[in-house]
Design a protein around this ligand. Structure first.
Ligand SMILES: NC(=O)c1ccc[n+]([C@@H]2O[C@H](COP(=O)([O-])OP(=O)(O)OC[C@H]3O[C@@H](n4cnc5c(N)ncnc54)[C@H](OP(=O)(O)O)[C@@H]3O)[C@@H](O)[C@H]2O)c1
Length: 332
């Protein structure tokens, strides 16, 4: 009997934790390929935290999986039939082809995997795939650690965190991982070569104080929740946080009160505190631009003028209650 395709479909949207009731196994005929398509027998499927978001129907940077649709995911596999000039049976390819055994893939949706000695095909789903690339971007472009800095990474034994910490170490940082349990922590220090690894199931605040006595320069955030709460107050001046993911919150509904920092990832927000006195070059520059605009009337401004030094305290109290209307100044 000819082999049939098997697919995992999204059957229902979970309210919090996904379970078997939200998935359905379907058997379908093998897809037929059209012009410029290849039939791929998927050999490895990547499972990643982001897929939890695709099960929800809420606004995000990517469309949800429709109910009854094949779950989304990256695969690597072998071309078994080709009607595309760039691919031949036996080629190994990778692409977002979903939770299924076969797919008819338009040639532009898959990439040929380079055959590199010592690199198994599944590595293109992890260390040399999306998670490895995520670590590379998060460390080199967002966190930008400098030699000698203290770099902390959450989910340190995982696909992204394990690579992120190793990259930071190559850049000359002291690297501290955070992971769940002694076995993962041992792997992070002994196998990955991190300088230390802290178990978030213990008293993380105390462990961070001991491991990072001068604070944290760069934090690579993969987890959120209690881990972020422990790390945040220990950031140093001019520290950087690469907000990569918040997996601790993915099954939590409703979310705890307060702004949801998951939006920082979803909307690629840039949050940066600053103090004006750190920017000496801005003062003369702004005077030049601002004065010209004040002179030609194109920059509008307003003063709220209090009279007499004795009225300064009341005016100041009012400022904190919104009673001023414009720049509060006291005429002495
Ligand atoms: N922004 C992007 O483009 C992008 C791309 C890829 C991945 N990501 C994000 O990166 C993060 C890591 O992804 P990954 O693929 O490398 O997964 P992973 O680290 O291989 O697996 C997830 C790990 O998160 C930790 N975790 C889960 N729930 C936790 C909780 N409540 N408290 C503390 N730790 C918890 C667990 O490790 P422990 O047992 O050690 O706690 C778990 O093994 C995720 O947030 C993911 O969404 C973002």
């Amino acid at each position: 009997m000819a082999e049939r395709n098997r697919q995992i479909l999204l059957k229902a949207r979970p309210k919090d934790r996904p379970g078997p009731e939200h998935f359905e196994l379907a058997e379908t005929p093998l897809p037929e390929i059209g012009k410029n398509e290849v039939l791929v027998r998927h050999r490895f499927l990547s499972l990643d935290p982001y897929m939890r978001g695709r099960m929800d129907d809420s606004a995000s940077y990517a469309a949800p999986v429709p109910l009854g649709g094949v779950m989304e995911g990256e695969c690597v596999g072998e071309v078994v039939e080709s009607r595309h000039p760039g691919f031949a049976p036996g080629d190994w390819v990778g692409g977002a082809r979903g939770w299924q055994l076969y797919s008819a893939a338009p040639g532009h949706t898959v990439q040929k995997l380079p055959a590199v000695e010592g690199v198994p095909p599944s590595a293109y789903l992890g260390v040399l795939g999306m998670p490895g690339t995520t670590a590379w971007v998060g460390v080199t472009e967002i966190g930008q650690p400098k030699p000698g800095e203290t770099f902390v990474v959450a989910a340190a034994s995982g696909a992204v965190g394990g690579i992120a910490g190793q990259i930071a170490r190559r850049m000359g940082c002291r690297v501290i991982g955070i992971a769940g349990g002694a076995e993962k922590c041992r792997y992070v220090t002994e196998e990955l070569g991190f300088d230390a690894c802290l178990d978030h199931r213990g008293d993380l605040g105390r462990q961070l104080d001991e491991a990072c006595p001068n604070g944290i320069d760069v934090y690579f955030e993969n987890v959120g929740g209690a881990v972020l709460q422990a790390v945040f107050p220990r950031m140093r001046d001019f520290g950087r946080i690469a907000f990569c993911g918040m997996v601790a919150d993915y099954n939590v509904r409703p979310l705890p009160p307060g702004p949801s920092l998951a939006s920082v990832v979803r909307k690629r927000l840039r949050l940066q505190g600053f103090i004006v006195t750190d920017h000496p070059r801005a003062w003369p520059s702004w005077r030049e631009h601002g004065a010209a605009w004040v002179r030609d009337g194109s920059l509008r401004w307003k003063e709220d003028m209090a009279e007499g030094l004795e009225n300064a305290p009341a005016a100041f109290t009012g400022l904190l209650e919104g009673k001023n209307f414009g720049k509060l100044v006291v005429k002495l």
